[in-house]
Ligand binder design. Structure first.
Ligand code: CP
Length: 297
């Protein structure tokens, strides 16, 4: 079993991952991974995803085989498929991959170890989605009936894609807020202004402006006041509502810098939960043979 996209998981599977992640967080789960090894293949920069998978492996006592694209045979033209096949032959038990190409995993058809998608271009970011779900669940206990507005550079965001469809099937009212140029017609959810969003949402999920994926440069001088979370807007948010952001944050662009560690911000809590969610995903893929049908009670 692989974790490429959130559609690989049923709602029951998602609840299962969250339950196991919560067990790790409470220190109530202890599994043996004797003799197992993993590899983190990152073809795009990362701080949180790579380091939290690394930390998850350390907590599970799973050695990580080091890989750096810059010093590997990728520089000699070795394909992604041949690189992963090599890692499988060397004896790794699973691989986490981040790659700039959306749907890169379509070429990995004959790989026999689990592949966990750490982000595929503008495609999906399933473990980010799972850690976001864990963080929302900790605040509200359940998903059905909540309103979550995803705000910002939606067109270029794999986080928006994974979260919008998954939250929707968990019963959340999903809304979007973005400048016209960054709206995405493939996400069938209503758009609203950031001012309406802060008034009507339980969760304001901000996205990073991904300038590296833009075809032409865009001025961000007035972005915060037109589309971002200012201190004034934060004051108009609902009681108990949450500010989330997958990070890295462009301080002063998506959000006023002073709000990043404010009471409503769960940005660093998201990162903390990322370790537990990744422990859970690795655990279920290695020890249970898959995320499906595990009995956790
Ligand atoms: N949120 C996230 O994926 O961060 P990194 O790019 O630092 O991994």
């Amino acid at each position: 079993m692989n974790l490429y996209q959130m559609d690989d998981l049923s709602n029951e599977d998602i609840h299962n991952v969250l339950q196991v992640a919560e067990q790790y967080k409470r220190g109530e789960r202890n599994q043996s991974f004797d003799g197992r090894t993993g590899t983190l293949l990152f073809y795009e920069p990362s701080t949180r995803t790579k380091m939290s998978f690394d930390m998850a492996c350390q907590k599970l006592n799973i050695p990580v085989l080091p890989f750096s694209e810059a010093t590997s045979s990728v520089t000699k033209g070795e394909s992604l498929y041949d690189t992963v096949k090599t890692i499988e032959a060397i004896g790794a038990d699973f691989v986490v991959i981040r790659h700039p190409d959306a749907n890169y995993f379509a070429q990995l058809t004959d790989i026999n170890i689990p592949v966990i998608n750490g982000g595929d271009g503008t495609g999906e970011h399933p473990t980010q989605c799972l850690l976001d779900l864990m963080t929302i669940k900790e605040q509200f206990q359940e998903f059905a009936g909540l309103t979550v507005t995803i705000c910002g550079d939606i067109r270029h965001s794999r986080v928006a894609r994974s979260n919008a469809f998954t939250l929707n099937r968990l019963g959340v009212h999903v809304k979007l807020s973005a400048p016209e140029a960054w709206q995405d017609d493939t996400l069938p959810f209503p758009y609203l202004s950031i001012d309406d969003a802060v008034r009507d949402s339980d969760v304001i999920m901000l996205l990073r402006v991904q300038t590296e994926r833009h075809d032409s440069p865009v001025s961000l001088e007035h972005y915060l006041t037109s589309y971002g979370l200012t201190i004034e807007r934060a004051k108009r948010m609902r009681t108990n509502s949450m500010v989330m952001h997958p990070a890295p944050v462009n301080r002063g662009v998506e959000i006023d810098s002073n709000l990043i560690e404010s009471e409503k911000s769960f940005i660093f809590k998201q990162m903390e939960n990322g370790v537990y969610v990744r422990q859970a995903v690795i655990d279920l893929l290695l020890n249970q043979g898959g995320i499906h049908n595990e009995k956790t009670d």
